[in-house]
Write a protein that binds this ligand. Structure first.
Ligand SMILES: NC(=O)c1ccc[n+]([C@@H]2O[C@H](COP(=O)([O-])OP(=O)(O)OC[C@H]3O[C@@H](n4cnc5c(N)ncnc54)[C@H](O)[C@@H]3O)[C@@H](O)[C@H]2O)c1
Ligand SMILES: NC(=O)c1ccc[n+]([C@@H]2O[C@H](COP(=O)([O-])OP(=O)(O)OC[C@H]3O[C@@H](n4cnc5c(N)ncnc54)[C@H](O)[C@@H]3O)[C@@H](O)[C@H]2O)c1
Lengths: 207, 207
């Protein structure tokens, strides 16, 4: 059981370790890994010690073993079922993306409220009417919902998702949504990413 | 001049204050604002004091004034020119999104390397060939580049962007890219967002 604060770093290690593995690298030292991902080697050693990986001095850590340990501790050794609510520009791009399946996330349904979108194909299925959402969640296990509806619809959509028993939400709408206890929500706010870049540029005198 | 660590919070305040302003709210207390965005009122008061806003006890802060102060301190009182490199699924969704323009980010060009995509319309313009990138950056001021090319192309694309004089990059490809000194890069990693949600579900025993 790793502390929650290490989870974002573990996802970075996992991505880089998978890349190394794909290139046939069998071992890696904390020093080399730290240089590849701009982190501190001592922090890496501490994170790895949580799941009993101590590496061998001078030889480093076994890459396949680290991958297996991190995958297990992040709960990625099983498949998570995801749905997308809002099949507009962003929702469709996410629905067609094959990168999530490689990480163990299976898209099981895409929902929308607009007649012009319902029934459209997104590659591996057709967009369903949001009215079917509750019945769908009663039949299929749904672990995670990605919310790509307009900002004004976000809170009611998240309420509906939580009421249907889905416990995790990734919200792309640029408004803060509130969720009942027991439901986890993370927000992706692309505008705020751009604002942070603008601030750094203005700070450097580029403004 | 605000410390960089406050910037992500300032973008949250700005979004909520703009919402309040749109609903005709003239004043807000740090306590009420804190409740709306799940932050600590003392932290809010501290952040606002950096640009001389102390509010009036019992009455709170003037919403329009706060908006103006935060906008200025984030460097959003001017327009930033952005380009998108990679006009595939995600690049096209971002190119058609009208939400960035409202925040002062103007899309001035979209580039791609594939003949089948070059020339396609994305709403307010046509996709240009990546070969024109350097000439374009020599004529137009480009502040920020959004990178939505496949992972294998990400590093060479970012190298090209930095060499053309663009100082800020928002990278959507799921690989870490390195940039020369003087160039700022932020990464949006949607897979890692999903992994963090999966971890929280597994941690709650949903796994
Ligand atoms: N497009 C982008 O690149 C981008 C970038 C950043 C943030 N966002 C945010 O992501 C969200 C989606 O943006 P978009 O550009 O895809 O918008 P869009 O208008 O293209 O798509 C929204 C979709 O949601 C559907 N919808 C509306 N109400 C619904 C409801 N109650 N239930 C189910 N479906 C519903 C609409 O029919 C539409 O198909 C917005 O909140 C936007 O601010 C988008
Ligand atoms: N689609 C999504 O929802 C999503 C989600 C998470 C991450 N991503 C990441 O975003 C990136 C884009 O994903 P996508 O789904 O849009 O892929 P895509 O294949 O649909 O689009 C990629 C585009 O980049 C262009 N391209 C390739 N090499 C180029 C180069 N050297 N210069 C300019 N253009 C070039 C291609 O012609 C293509 O149009 C990928 O790195 C992907 O991993 C996408």
């Amino acid at each position: 059981h790793v502390p929650a604060a290490t989870v974002p770093r573990l996802t970075l290690y996992l991505r880089k370790l998978r890349e190394l593995h794909a290139h046939g690298v069998a071992r890696v030292s904390s020093k080399d890994l730290a240089a590849m991902i701009d982190l501190n080697p001592a922090q890496i050693r501490k994170d790895f010690s949580y799941f009993g990986e101590f590496g061998t001095r001078g030889v480093g850590y076994e890459v396949p073993r680290l991958i297996a340990e991190i995958t297990r501790s992040l709960g990625l050794d099983r498949t998570w079922n995801a749905v997308i609510v809002g099949a507009g520009l962003l929702g469709t791009a996410l629905a067609r993306y094959r990168g999530f399946a490689d990480q163990g996330f299976r898209l099981v349904g895409v929902f929308d409220s607009s007649p012009g979108v319902i029934g459209a194909s997104y590659g591996s299925g057709r967009v369903r009417a949001i009215d079917e959402f509750e019945a769908f969640c009663a039949q299929e296990r749904v672990d995670i919902a990605l919310v790509t509806v307009p900002a004004a619809e976000a809170q009611t959509t998240v309420d509906r998702i939580a009421a249907a028993g889905v416990r995790a939400v990734l919200d792309f709408a640029p408004v803060r949504v509130s969720v009942p206890a027991g439901v986890i929500v993370r927000q992706v706010d692309l505008s705020s990413e751009l604002m942070i870049l603008a601030y750094s540029l203005a700070d450097d005198g580029a403004g």
